[in-house]
Design a protein. Sequence first.
Length: 319
Amino acid sequence: MTTPAGPPNSPPAPPPTAAPSPSGPAMAGQGPRLGLSQPFIFRQLPVRGRVVRLANLGTHIPAIKNAAQPPSHPVLGRLLAELLVLNVMFSQDLKEAEKVTLQTQSNGLVPLLVSQCTKTGHLRAYGKTMPDLPTNPGPHLFGSDGVLAVTIHLPHAQQPYQSLVPLDKPTLPALVEDYFVQSAQVPTRLMVLTAPDNHAAAAIFLQALPGETLPTDDWHRLGLLLQTITPAELLPGEVKVETLLHRLFAEDDVEVFPAQPLVADATSTRTRMAAALKSLGQAQCAELLTHGPITMTDEFTHTTETFTTADIQALFAAE
């Protein structure tokens, strides 16, 4: 992305490791409902966790809907569904961030994936594949020189903070799990599942609290229990999060905190661009128009919009 960012080699920003607050998360605004993000802790163990569930992705995330149709490829839908739930994990951990953007760039079969999650739970995603992607592309989708860019937008920072992580793991969940381990320097486990049609996805995250003593046997036990989760339990459906956690960790005292709703970002590209132009002011827009109609490209979706003199006049006449 061309948004200004911090030094490419800056270290990953460690996520906050405090337990979730029982006071409840920020509420999502307007937009089609996609799912929820629900934090929890173990009362008798220094471990925290989170469950993220997303549904109706093929209805409200255009890139996932289009991935099921030629010339796109179904693997794109799966990767974007995974990236969205992983993006929620990042955003919910970085409590001060206004939004977090995840973007992969590579010379492989999937040159671009990008997703974004705001602190109010608004989600969007976009991606593209090479036109000659085979039916069964195998595990080497990102080639040899891919990177995952993690861009964190803080409310009072002059520019976003960015760190680059090599795409050196076989899957996106494995890569992000390693990112958390390296940044927080504490044991972390992550499981991500997607529905066969890629219209739903879910994740469960466990992380030891820093500075606390966690018995190795307990951490190993929790990891084994995590591996027993079935898609029917974790993906959105009839099993509530509280039921899943109390059933999965039956021997433990688990406290579940209020969930944050997650919604699709329904703001149109042209509306975003119009708001950006309006923030420049009428005089600056008039100066831009001396060179002809203003053409803007959305770096997120790679769509282009054109604003004529009449468009700009209407924009400021609405004040």
